[in-house]
Design a protein around this ligand. Structure first.
Ligand code: TYM
Length: 334
C-alpha cells in the first residue's frame, strides 16, 4: 500500500526561531518514519516581500542545515528548494484560474503582512496561498504539518482542490490534505507580548529565541520574558484567562519536553515564575544548544548541503513533472 505523503515548507528568510521549531520542524522529524515526506525551502514565497538578495542563498543553506541538525534524515526525506521545481509554478497558474478572488480576499495573513497600505503589496504576496496550494497538490500530499497560523491557508487548499475536482468532474483526483498541527502549542507567542505570535519579522530580537542563539542569549531572553506577578495555577488555562505570557512559557516548556501542559502546571502549582524560569532555561539550553551547534557545523560545508539538495531536487522534479502531465491532461491541455 502506498504510504501517505507529507509536504511542508519553511521560508528561508533567516532567523529560524523557536516557533518554527516547535510549531513545525519538531513535527517534521517525528513524522519522517511514518510518511513519505517532502520538506521544502520555500524560496519563491520568501521573495513575495522585501528580502535580502545578497543573503537569501545563505538563508537557504542555513535552513537546510537546521532541518538536518534537528534530526531530518536526508536519505529518507526529500529536502529541496521550491525554485528548482518549476512544476509548482505551472500548477499555481492553473489553480489561479480555479481559486476565486473572494476566497483570497479573506486571507488574514495577507491583511497582516500587507499592513495599512495593501495597494503597495506585491501581487505575489496576494496569490501566495495559491502557490502554497500548488506546492501541496503537485505531490498529491495527504498531510501537511504546520503551525496554527497556516491553518487558513490549508483550508483554502482544500477548497481549491475540491473545486478543481468538481469543475473537471474528476472525483478524488486531488486528495484533500489534512493539516497536522501540534496539540500542545499550536502557536508560540512573543516573549515580550503574549498576544502576538513569535515571528522573525518582529523588530525586537528579545521577542524570540532564535535557533542559533547562544546559551547566554537564551538565558537573558527568558529572564527578561514578560510574565505576571501571580504564582503558577491551573487558572492559566481558563478560557477567559488574560495570563497569555504565563500560558506561553508553560506551553513552551511542555512542548520542549513532550509533556502535557496540565501536567507541568500541576508540577509547579503555587510556584513563582522566577523559579520556573530557571527550569525553563535549563530545558531550553539542553534542547536548543545541540541543534544550534550542529547548524553552525553543517552550515560550513556548503558543497555537502548543495549535494543533498541537488539529489532531492531530481526526485522532486520526477514526481512533480509526472503529476503535472496528469493535471494538464485532466484540464484538456494535453
Ligand atoms: P513560515 O516560513 O512563516 O513558517 C514555517 C513554519 O513555522 C510555523 N510557525 C509557527 N508555529 C508556531 N508558532 C509560531 N510563532 C510560528 N511561526 C511560524 C508555521 O506555521 C510554519 O509551519 N507559507 C508557509 C511556508 C509554505 C508551506 C507550503 C507550508 C510554503 N508552502 C506548503 C506548508 C505547505 C510559511 O510562510 O511558513
Amino acid at each position: 500500500m502506498e504510504k501517505n505523503r507529507i509536504l511542508s515548507g519553511i521560508q528561508p528568510t533567516g532567523n529560524l526561531h523557536l516557533g518554527n521549531y516547535l510549531g513545525a520542524i519538531k513535527n517534521f522529524v517525528s513524522l519522517q518514519n511514518k510518511f513519505d515526506c517532502l520538506y521544502m525551502l520555500a524560496d519563491y514565497h520568501a521573495i513575495t516581500t522585501d528580502y535580502n538578495q545578497a543573503e537569501i542563498k545563505n538563508h537557504i543553506f542555513e535552513t537546510t542545515a537546521a532541518f538536518l541538525a534537528s534530526g531530518l534524515d536526508n536519505e529518507k526525506n526529500i529536502i529541496f528548494r521550491q525554485s528548482r521545481v518549476s512544476a509548482h509554478l505551472e500548477l499555481a497558474w492553473i489553480l489561479n484560474c480555479v481559486a476565486r478572488l473572494g476566497w483570497l480576499n479573506r486571507m488574514t495573513q495577507f491583511k497582516e503582512k500587507a499592513g495599512e497600505n495593501k495597494e503597495k503589496a506585491s501581487i505575489g504576496l496576494y496569490t501566495y496561498p495559491v502557490l502554497m496550494t500548488a506546492d501541496i497538490l503537485i505531490y498529491g500530499a495527504t498531510h501537511v504539518p504546520v503551525g496554527e497560523d497556516q491553518k487558513q491557508h490549508l483550508e483554502l487548499c482544500r477548497d481549491i482542490a475540491q473545486k478543481f475536482n468538481n469543475d473537471f468532474k474528476v472525483k478524488d483526483f486531488f486528495k484533500l490534505p489534512e493539516p497536522i498541527i501540534p496539540t500542545n502549542v499550536s502557536r508560540i507567542m512573543s516573549l515580550r507580548d503574549g498576544t502576538k505570535k513569535m515571528s522573525k519579522s518582529d523588530p525586537s530580537d528579545s521577542s524570540r529565541i532564535n535557533l542559533k542563539d547562544s546559551n547566554d542569549q537564551i538565558t537573558q531572553k527568558i529572564r527578561k520574558a514578560k510574565t505576571d506577578n501571580e504564582p503558577i495555577k491551573l487558572n492559566i488555562l481558563d478560557e477567559n484567562s488574560k495570563r497569555f505570557e504565563a500560558k506561553n512559557l508553560i506551553s513552551i516548556y511542555a512542548s520542549l519536553q513532550d509533556k502535557n501542559v496540565k501536567e507541568i502546571i500541576k508540577e509547579y502549582d503555587g510556584k513563582t515564575f522566577s523559579i520556573f524560569k530557571n527550569k525553563l532555561i535549563d530545558v531550553m539550553i539542553d534542547k536548543i544548544s545541540p541543534i544550534s551547534n550542529k547548524i553552525k557545523e553543517i552550515q560550513k560545508d556548503k558543497a555537502f548541503i548543495e549535494k543533498i539538495l541537488d539529489t532531492s531536487e531530481r526526485k522532486a522534479n520526477k514526481i512533480a513533472n509526472d503529476n503535472l502531465v496528469k493535471i494538464k491532461n485532466t484540464i484538456g491541455l494535453i
